[in-house]
Design a protein around this ligand. Sequence first.
Ligand code: ADP
Ligand code: MG
Length: 397
Amino acid sequence: MRSLADLDVTGRVVLLRSDLNAPLHDGVDGSEVADDTRIRASVETIQSLRARGARIVVISHLGRPKGGPEAKYSLTPVALRLGELLGTNVPVAVDISEARTMASRLSNGDVICLENIRFDPRETSKDAAVRQELAAELATVGELFVSDGFGVVHREQASVSDIAKLLPSAPGLLVQAEVDVFSRLLQSPERPYVVVLGGSKVSDKLAVIGKLLEHVDHLLIGGGMAFTFLAAQGHEVGSSLLEADQIETVRGFLATAKERGVDLRLPVDVVVSERFAGGGETQVVSADAIPSGWMGLDIGPATIADFESVIAQARTVVWNGPMGVFEIAEFARGTRCVGEAIAASPGMSVVGGGDSAAAVAVFGIEGFSHVSTGGGASLEFLEGKALPGLVALENSL
Ligand code: ADP
Ligand code: MG
C-alpha cells in the first residue's frame, strides 16, 4: 500500500474521504455539532495535505438519510466546525456537478466539502455496478484519492472502496495510524492479551467472539451482552437485555473457550433495577440470582474487582463496549472503573467503539495507547477480516 507521502499532491485536486459523522443538536441558528471528536480526528490529514499545496474536496456521510437530501443530515454545520478547526472557510458543494465547478477554481491549500454523500443512494448500493457509476462521477472531480475515514473502511461503498480503484490512492494519516495499531494487535500482541467486551450491539459483537477466541488469553464480558452468556449457562436474567436466538451460539463460544484454554469471564454480580432509568431502587445481586422483573444495568463491585485483577496482569488490552448503562449515574461505575484500570495498564491499551470512546471522554479517563475512531472497523480488523476500503487501497492504481 502506498503511503500519503508517496502521493504527489501539490497543486492537484485531492478527494479526501473523511468520517465527519458527528452528532448534531439544535443550536441558536439551526443545527450545531454536539461532539466534534470525529471532526478533530480528521484535521491532521487535511492540514498535512494543505501544507503540501493540495486542493481538497472532503467527502463524508452524516447519519442515515433515506436515499435523498434531508436538511437535518446536511453537512453544513459540520463544514462550519471543520472550517473553525482548520482556520479557513470550508464551502459546501450541494452536488457532484457543483463540486466539480468549485474544485476547478480552488487554489493550493483550499478546502471544500461535498454535501452528505449518502444523499445519493448509489453510495451504499449492494449492486457494484451502481456504486461504480457514482465512483466514476466522483472521480471526475479530482485527480487523487485519500482514504481517511476509518469508521467506514469496513464498508463496500462508492466513496470508500470503489473510488480507490479509479484514482491513485493512499490512506490518510488517521487510517494509517489505526491500521498500524490494529495490525500489531492482530499479528503480534504482547501477552497476556485481554479483550474486554460490553455494550448493547449484542448480535453484531457476538460474531466477533468466535474469532477472538483464537487470539486472546482472557475475554472479559460485561454490559448488555453478558446476559445472553448468563442465560446460556442456565441462569435467569430477569428483564435484562437478552438475545434469546443467540443462546445456542453463545453456548458454543463457552465450549470453545474451554477447549482452547481461553479464560472467558462473565459478571459474578450485577447492579439491577426495575426500570431502565435513574432514580429508582437498585440492588447488587449475584449474577445467578437476578430477580424476575429486574434488569441488570451494570456489573457489580465483585466483578469490577475481578476484571481489574486480570487487566492489571495484561500486556495488551483491547476494550470495546461499556460495562453498563454509563449514561445514567447509578450504572456508570463499572464502565468508569474498568476504563480506568485499562488506561492504567502498563502494556498497550486500545479503546474501540463510539460509546466506549464517549465514556472515556465523559469520565475524563486518560492514558490509553490508542482510542480508535472506528468501532465496527476495529472489531472486523481484529477478527482478521479483509476490510474493503483497505483492500481497495492495496489494489489501487
Ligand atoms: P460501542 O459504541 O462502544 O461499540 P455499543 O454501541 O455496543 O458500544 O453499546 C453502548 C450502549 O450499551 C450504551 O449506550 C450503554 O448504555 C449500553 N449498555 C451497556 N450495558 C447495558 C446493559 N446492561 N443493558 C442495556 N444497555 C447497556
Ligand atoms: Mg455504539
